[in-house]
Ligand binder design. Structure first.
Ligand code: ZN
Ligand code: ZN
Length: 291
């Protein structure tokens, strides 16, 4: 839990001016709770407002993971949905019905969720329709979405500002676009997909059609593609990157990390000295940063 302080105990700065008696946050926290094709969920929280990006494992697993971080699931202010694949929305129906959590998604994604019917009944009051690219506020967090290339209705990544810091989540992308790079840069932390090693995928046991889908421009981002974007992000001030959605079948955490390390070293940068590169996990938290 962040240490709670009031204005009386704080020197006023540009970023922490609050009304007397309100909590002064101690940074923007971003934690990968679960990451991978079995389910994705990320916590982003200021001192006052906590939201999830995706909720792709069961609500009870999310609740337990948050509990271990000292965050009560019932106090979250919303869940931002990237797209309708089950590894991103498994819990959203339960979160809405049991915890009355507002769910944010664009119109096409809502239509796809309803069409699939896999999230169960979602009460009308829990549905918030967002417009891709338009900023909005949840508590003291400012949120913006941006389009990504993936085989779903209208997939997005998110940039979230709070406590004077910026965090971004960009997974499930067939390829990196200039627009995505532009939205990620200047983030203090980026959760970036590093899904597969291309050779492992090509030589692996997946059926040909699935391999084609993953390798396509609307599939998933390879280690090489993720790694090649890192020097550019570093040049624009990104100092923390978490490698996400790492495939269990077509990748290893070591391979993802090595690709990132090689690309940075080629550009004259080193992990640990110039940039923090962290791994994320399908069954436990990773990349727990307070910015
Ligand atoms: Zn996914
Ligand atoms: Zn997906």
């Amino acid at each position: 839990m962040p240490r709670l302080r009031t204005l009386a105990q704080n020197k006023l700065t540009k970023y922490n001016i609050r009304r007397v008696g309100e909590v002064v946050g101690t940074g923007l926290r971003i934690v990968s709770l679960f990451s991978g094709s079995s389910g994705n969920a990320t916590l982003v929280a200021s001192g006052r407002t906590g939201v999830l990006v995706d909720a792709g494992v069961t609500a009870s697993r999310i609740a337990a993971s948050l509990d271990a971080l000292g965050v009560e699931i019932g106090r979250l202010r919303g869940a931002l949905i990237t797209h309708e694949h089950i590894d991103h929305i498994r819990a959203v129906g339960v979160l809405a019905r049991r915890y009355d959590l507002p769910l944010y998604a664009n119109e096409s994604t809502w239509a796809a969720i309803d069409g699939l019917g896999c999230a169960g009944k979602i009460p009308q009051r829990s549905r918030v329709v967002i417009e891709t690219g338009r900023d909005f506020f949840i508590g003291d967090l400012c949120v913006s979405s941006f389009p990504i290339s993936h085989d779903s209705a209208a997939p997005v990544g998110y940039v979230i500002w709070g406590e004077g810091k910026q965090a971004a989540v960009a997974t499930d992308m067939g390829h990196m676009t200039d627009e995505v790079l532009c939205r990620l840069r200047e983030s203090d932390a980026v959760l970036l997909e590093s899904n597969h090693d291309v050779d492992m995928l090509k030589n692996g046991r997946y059926p040909a059609a699935l391999k084609r889908r993953i390798l396509s421009r609307r599939g998933h981002l390879s280690n090489a593609a993720a790694a090649s974007s890192l020097p550019g992000l570093l040049a624009y001030g990104v100092r923390r990157v978490a490698l996400c959605h790492i495939s269990r079948d077509n990748n290893t955490p070591e391979a993802a990390w090595q690709a990132a390390s090689d690309a940075l070293e080629t550009a004259g940068a080193r992990i640990g000295r110039d940039i923090d590169v962290s791994l994320t996990w399908p069954d436990r938290t990773g990349a727990d940063w307070t910015l």
